[in-house]
Structures are given as structure tokens and as C-alpha cells.
Ligand binder design. Structure first.
Ligand SMILES: [Zn+2]
Ligand SMILES: [Zn+2]
Length: 262
């Protein structure tokens, strides 16, 4: 592949853009997308550079030292989670492991709900930034080659662009410096909301709902699958099944929020 060399015009454009952002930041200092307080952030160059203030970081995701390597749930300090934890031991997953930021409760729950709104893109990007800040060494070590988001059916996308899972996925792909495969996966039929169903109906609700449109793009690859919340893992599991069936070698899941309880 030929090396990319920016043109003189591109350099001038970049310089002007930086000056414009600096001027805007001077008049309107970057604000936390969750509480609106001014942040320590020097400047914000793109919509993916939004940052949470220090108070909201701790409110949304208090530092959790010990999580289950298999399902991302918080666990006690001395528990060996090689075979899973109390939340996942009985489950069989098509993904290899889960990286999560915190439990789906209190401020994390509000942040996830706000990030789903039409104006929630800066908050979703900031939450992805915090996930990256806390887990980047581990995520880098997974040697991820492609990032995808859990897709929505086209009828569920009307009026709710952008999808929070896509914003999270795109923000993580930029940090990992790998491709975000926006069109690789599709949801081929409408399904009932998983949260409204008893656990025994969740799997049949999603059966054959996801399809890989571009199998060549994932053959033999380590794929990072991103969603906003993981509760029972059924959705991530069904998408992972489709990815595996189409030839993905490994599927790693990343979510900001781990929902505990069924
Ligand atoms: Zn804040
Ligand atoms: Zn577990």
C-alpha cells in the first residue's frame, strides 16, 4: 500500500481547523457530556474526543479491580474465573471473553439511557474513551483486527440515528486503529425487546436474527463485538454465533455496562 502523504492544502485545512477549534474552546470550554461541567480537556477536535469530567468518571464507573474474565461481571478478589463466575458458569458462549466498564446501575444506567438519545453521541464517545482508558492494555493484547457493533433492524433505526453501539464501536476502532465494519453485520428480522422477555424465551427470540453480509471480511479474524449493555449475554452470543459461522476466529465483546440479574 502506498504511503499516505498529506497535500499542502490538507495541511493548511488541518491548521485552520485546529485554530477554529481552539477559538471555539476558548469561548465555550469543553463540557462534560454527562453533567455539563467544564472539563480539564485541552480541546475537542472531533465528535469522538468528548471527555467525561473527573467526578462523572467515578460516578459512572467506580474503579472495579476484579471482574470475571469470561463475562465481565464484578467478582470477589480471590475468585479464580478461568471457568467463569456465579453469573456465567452455566452458560455456553460463542464469544471468548467480555470487557466491561461497570455495572448497569445508578449513574452508569443513566449514562447508557442518555447515550441512546439522538443527542447522546458525545456521551457514548466519552464512555468509550473511559473504557479504552481503563482497558487499553488488555484490548491491545487481544490483537483485534476488526470492530463491529450489534446491529439493529432497519425499522428500529428510523429516527434514532446514531445508534449508541455504533458510536461506541467506532470510537474503540479509532483507538485500536483498526477498521470499523459498519456494514458487515445485519439484523434480518424484528425481534421483541430482550429485557421484556423471560430468560427461557430470549434465545428463541433472537434465533437467526443476525446475518453476516460480508463473510470475506471476517474470515480468520479476531473481531471485537461492541454493544452498550450485556445482561444475560444472549444478544452478544447470537451475534457471535453468526460471526463464528462465517469464519471469525475469535470474538471478543466490549460493553460499557454489565447488567447483573436475569
Ligand atoms: Zn461530569
Ligand atoms: Zn462470569
Amino acid at each position: 500500500m502506498a504511503a499516505f502523504r498529506p497535500t499542502f492544502a490538507a495541511c493548511v485545512f488541518d491548521g485552520l481547523r485546529t485554530l477554529t477549534h481552539a477559538a471555539v474552546d476558548f469561548v465555550y470550554p469543553p463540557a462534560c457530556p454527562f453533567c455539563g461541567r467544564e472539563t480539564q480537556q485541552a480541546s475537542r477536535r472531533t465528535r469522538f474526543d468528548s471527555e467525561l469530567c473527573l467526578i462523572c468518571r467515578d460516578r459512572i464507573a467506580p474503579q472495579t479491580e476484579h471482574v470475571c474474565h469470561r463475562c465481565g461481571a464484578p467478582v470477589g478478589p480471590h475468585l479464580n474465573t478461568t471457568g467463569g463466575c456465579i453469573h456465567c458458569r452455566r452458560d455456553r458462549f460463542n464469544f471468548d471473553r467480555v470487557y466491561s466498564l461497570g455495572v448497569y446501575e445508578d449513574a452508569m444506567k443513566s449514562a447508557c439511557l442518555q447515550a441512546k438519545r439522538a443527542s447522546g453521541q458525545p456521551l457514548a464517545a466519552a464512555v468509550a474513551g473511559l473504557l479504552w482508558e481503563r482497558q487499553q492494555e488488555a484490548l491491545k493484547s487481544e490483537q483485534i483486527e476488526l470492530v463491529v457493533a450489534v446491529p439493529k433492524h432497519w425499522t428500529q433505526r428510523i429516527g434514532v440515528r446514531p445508534n449508541a453501539a455504533e458510536t461506541l464501536a467506532e470510537a474503540l476502532a479509532r483507538r485500536l486503529q483498526v477498521e470499523f465494519g459498519r456494514h458487515i453485520l445485519t439484523k434480518v428480522r424484528r425481534t421483541l425487546p430482550q429485557s421484556k422477555l423471560p430468560s427461557y424465551r430470549r434465545r428463541s427470540n433472537l434465533r437467526r436474527a443476525f446475518r453476516v453480509r460480508q463473510p470475506d471480511a471476517i474470515k480468520g479474524a479476531t473481531v471485537l463485538l461492541v454493544d452498550d449493555i450485556l445482561t444475560t449475554g444472549t444478544t452478544a452470543n447470537e451475534v457471535s454465533r453468526a460471526l463464528r459461522k462465517s469464519g471469525a476466529d475469535r470474538v471478543i465483546v466490549a460493553v460499557p455496562a454489565r447488567g447483573i440479574g436475569r
